[in-house]
Design a protein around this ligand. Structure first.
Ligand SMILES: Nc1ncnc2c1ncn2[C@@H]1O[C@H](COP(=O)(O)OP(=O)(O)OP(=O)(O)O)[C@@H](O)[C@H]1O
Length: 629
C-alpha cells in the first residue's frame, strides 16, 4: 500500500536525484558556527500564514493517521468475517458496524489531503515571496564595496534561487510530510497496543532495525550523489571549455586531450554507478528481508496471542500492519530531516545578506541639499578597496574644485583617477580624510540627494535590456518626450535613434548588445544630460568613439559642461586641453596641477603624454565604430 508521497521517498527509488543539483550549493554548517534555528526560517509568516500552517498541520495529522486507522478498520472487518463465518446474518450485521467508519474515513481524507498540501504550499509561497523581496532589498541597499567582497554575483543568484528553493521546500511540503509521517507512526503504535499488545511490544525491535537500515542507506546514497554531482560538473566543464575554445583546441590538435579528460570523467562515473547499483540493491533487498522477517515474527507472536485469546485475528493483523507501516513512515521522514538541515544552512546564508548592515546606505538619512552649486573639495583622502585593504590606492589626495569649473585628471593607468570618481559618488568611503560638496561632508548628506546631483558616464557605459527610451529615462523617470529628444540631440544621438525601425522604442538587448560601443556611449551621455545635474563626472566618456563621432560628442559635451562642475578623465589631449585645470595624478595623490601650457613646462609625465598623443593623432584615425551612427 502506498501513500501519496511514497514515490519520492521509497527506499527503492532514487530519492536524491531531483534535489541534489540545487542542494550541492548549500553550504554545510561548520562545527564552530552557531546553527541557524529552523523556526527562524518562519520569521516572515504573518497571521494568515500561521493559520494556514495550523490548518496544514491538522490536514497532515489526519492524512498521517488515515492508514493506521484503516488497518484498525480492516482488522475489525476481518474479525466480523472470522467470528461469524457460519452466520451470514450476524456477519452482515457486524460488517454494518464497521463500514460506516470506512465511509467517514473516505470523507475525511479528501479535505485533509487537500488542506495539507494546499495550505503548506500556499503559506510557504507567501513567506518566500516576502523573503525574496527582503533579500533583494537588502542586496540593493548595500554599499558597492560589499559586491567586491561578500556579495559576489554567483552568491546572490544562488541565494535567490537555490537557497530560497530549499527553504521553501522545507517550510512547505516537507514540513507537512514530516508531520504526516510522525502522525502515522504515533497512531500506528497506539493502534498496535490497543489491538494486540504482544505484537506491539515487537515494535521496540522492528522499528530500530528498519530505521537503522533506512538511515544507513540514505547516508550512503547522499555520499554517492555528491560525488556524482562533482563528476558531472567536471565533465560539463571539460565540454564547455573545449567548445568555447574550439579553434584553439583544433589549432593545437587538442581533441585527444579533451577526449582523454572526458573519458576519465565517464570512467569515474561508471565506477560510481557500479557502487550505487550495489548499495541500492543491497538496501532494497535488506529492507524487504527485514520487513518480511519482522512480519513473520509478528505473525507468530500474534498467533500465540490469538490462541491464548488475548487478541483477535483481525486485531493482530491491524497491529502488524500498523507497526510496519509506522516504521516505514519514519524512514520516509529521514530525507525531510536532511532537507531541514539544508534549509538551516541555506537560511544562515540568506539571513546573513538580509541582516547585513551596509556602511553606506540610502536608509541612513542625512542632510538634503536644496540647491547644489558644485564646489568640490577632497581633503587628505586615503583609500584602499575593501577587497585589497593592504594596497593603498589614494594616499593623501587633496584637490579643490570651484563650482562650475572643468577639471581633467590625467595620470598613468592604475594611478587612482577612476577611484576618485567612485569616492565622490560615495560608492566607497575614504579610510581617512574627507570629501566636501559645497562645504558639506558627503558622509553627512542624504545619499539619494547626493547622487541626484551627480551624473556620471563611465568607461563602460551600462545599458539595461529594454528600449532606448527606458534607458534614457533612468536619468529622469518623469522626463517628457520633448526632454528626452532634447537630451539625445545634445548628445548627438538623436539622428541615429531616428533611423532605427522603432526609433526610441527600439530594444537595445541585454547590456545594450545591439548597439555599438560608440552608440552606447552616446546614449549614456544623453542619459546623464537628461538628469541635468550640477556635477558631471566623465570617465573616458569619449573613449569608444571614432574621431568623427568623438568630435560630435565633444561639441555636445562642451555644451553640457557649461555651468556645471566637471571632473573628466580622458587619455585624449583634445578632451583635456580645454579644461580649466588639469591635475596630474601619480600613485594616488596629486602630483601637479595647472593649465595645459603650465603643465607642459612643469610635468614630465604630461609633456611626454602630450608628445605621444600628438604622434598618435597625426597618424590616420582608426574607426572603431562601424555601425550606423
Ligand atoms: N573594485 C576594486 N577592487 C580592488 N581594486 C580595485 C578595484 N577597482 C580598481 N582597483 C585597483 O585600484 C587601482 C586604481 O584603479 P583606478 O581605476 O582608479 O585607476 P585609473 O587611474 O582610473 O586607471 P585607468 O586609467 O587604467 O582607468 C588599480 O590598481 C586597480 O587595479
Amino acid at each position: 500500500m502506498a501513500t501519496a508521497y511514497d514515490e519520492d521517498h521509497s527506499i527503492s527509488s532514487s530519492q536524491h536525484d531531483d534535489t541534489d543539483d540545487r542542494r550541492s550549493t548549500i553550504p554545510a554548517a561548520s562545527a564552530d558556527e552557531k546553527p541557524f534555528p529552523f523556526f527562524g526560517l518562519l520569521c516572515y509568516a504573518d497571521k494568515v500564514d500561521w493559520l494556514l500552517m495550523a490548518l496544514g498541520t491538522v490536514g497532515s495529522a489526519i492524512h498521517g493517521m488515515a492508514f493506521p486507522i484503516g488497518y484498525l478498520l480492516l482488522g475489525k472487518a476481518l474479525d466480523a468475517f472470522g467470528t461469524n463465518i457460519n452466520n451470514q446474518e450476524a456477519m452482515v450485521h457486524a460488517l454494518y458496524k464497521v463500514v460506516p467508519y470506512v465511509w467517514y474515513m473516505a470523507a475525511a481524507t479528501f479535505p485533509a489531503g487537500m488542506v495539507e498540501i494546499s495550505c503548506w504550499i500556499y503559506s510557504s509561497e507567501r513567506q518566500l515571496a516576502r523573503m525574496r523581496l527582503e533579500y533583494l532589498r537588502s542586496v540593493l541597499n548595500q554599499e558597492v564595496g560589499a559586491f567586491d567582497t561578500d556579495l559576489s554575483t554567483a552568491n546572490i543568484i544562488t541565494g535567490v534561487t537555490n537557497h530560497m528553493n530549499v527553504i521553501q521546500d522545507a517550510i512547505g511540503e516537507k514540513l507537512g510530510h514530516f508531520v504526516a509521517s510522525f502522525s502515522t507512526f504515533f497512531a500506528g503504535i497506539i493502534i498496535a497496543f490497543a489491538s494486540c499488545w504482544e505484537v506491539a511490544m515487537l515494535s521496540f525491535l522492528v522499528i530500530p532495525l528498519i530505521l537503522a537500515i533506512g538511515a544507513t542507506y540514505t547516508k550512503k546514497m547522499n555520499v554517492i550523489s555528491l560525488s556524482r554531482n562533482a563528476i558531472v560538473s567536471q565533465a560539463t566543464s571539460v565540454v564547455e571549455q573545449t567548445l568555447s575554445h574550439i579553434k584553439t583546441v583544433f589549432s593545437f590538435a587538442g581533441e585527444n586531450w579533451a577526449m582523454k579528460s572526458f573519458v576519465q570523467c565517464t570512467d569515474n562515473q561508471y565506477k560510481l554507478s557500479k557502487k550505487e547499483a550495489m548499495i541500492k540493491g543491497i538496501g532494497l533487498g535488506l529492507f524487504q528481508t527485514v520487513t518480511f522477517c519482522s512480519w513473520a515474527l509478528m505473525v507468530w507472536i500474534g498467533a500465540v496471542a490469538v490462541s491464548n485469546r488475548t487478541a483477535t485475528g483481525g486485531g493482530t493483523i491491524a497491529a502488524i500492519m500498523s507497526i510496519l507501516f509506522g516504521a516505514i513512515s519514519i524512514t520516509y521522514a529521514a530525507p525531510d530531516l536532511q532537507t531541514f538541515n539544508q534549509a538551516k544552512a541555506a537560511g544562515k546564508e540568506v539571513f546573513k545578506v538580509i541582516r547585513r548592515n551596509p556602511s553606506i546606505s540610502y536608509t541612513k538619512g542625512g542632510a538634503i541639499l536644496e540647491k547644489v552649486y558644485g564646489e568640490i573639495k577632497l581633503h587628505g583622502v586615503h583609500f584602499a578597496y575593501p577587497s585589497r585593504q593592504d594596497k593603498p590606492i589614494l594616499q593623501g589626495f587633496s584637490l579643490s574644485i570651484p563650482a562650475g569649473k572643468v577639471v581633467a585628471l590625467v595620470g598613468s593607468s592604475g594611478s587612482g583617477k577612476s577611484t576618485v570618481i567612485s569616492l565622490l559618488q560615495r560608492f566607497y568611503d575614504p579610510t581617512s580624510g574627507d570629501i566636501f560638496i559645497d562645504g558639506h561632508s558627503i558622509k553627512k548628506l542624504d545619499l539619494k540627494s547626493l547622487r541626484r546631483n551627480i551624473a556620471s558616464v563611465s568607461q563602460e557605459p551600462s545599458l539595461f535590456s529594454g528600449t532606448i527610451k527606458d534607458n534614457l529615462r533612468i536619468g529622469k523617470m518623469d522626463a517628457t518626450d520633448e526632454e528626452i529628444i532634447e537630451a539625445a540631440t545634445t548628445a548627438n544621438v538623436h539622428s541615429f535613434i531616428s533611423k532605427l525601425p522603432n526609433e526610441y522604442l527600439t530594444e537595445v538587448g541585454e547590456r545594450g548588445v545591439q548597439l555599438s560601443g560608440g552608440q552606447k556611449q552616446r546614449v549614456a551621455i544623453a542619459r546623464a544630460m537628461l538628469k541635468d545635474p550640477p556635477i558631471l563626472l566623465l570617465d573616458e566618456a569619449t573613449s569608444a568613439l571614432d574621431s568623427e563621432s568623438e568630435k560630435l560628442v565633444q561639441d555636445a559635451l562642451e555644451r553640457a559642461m557649461h555651468g556645471r562642475t566637471v571632473i573628466l578623465i580622458a587619455h585624449r589631449m583634445s578632451t583635456i586641453v580645454n579644461a580649466d585645470t588639469i591635475v596630474v595624478v601619480e600613485n594616488g595623490s596629486v602630483a601637479q596641477t595647472g593649465t595645459h601650457q603650465e603643465l607642459l613646462q612643469k610635468s614630465t609625465f604630461y609633456s611626454n603624454k602630450n608628445k605621444l598623443m600628438k604622434h598618435t593623432t597625426d597618424s590616420p584615425p582608426r574607426s572603431k565604430d562601424n555601425r550606423t551612427n
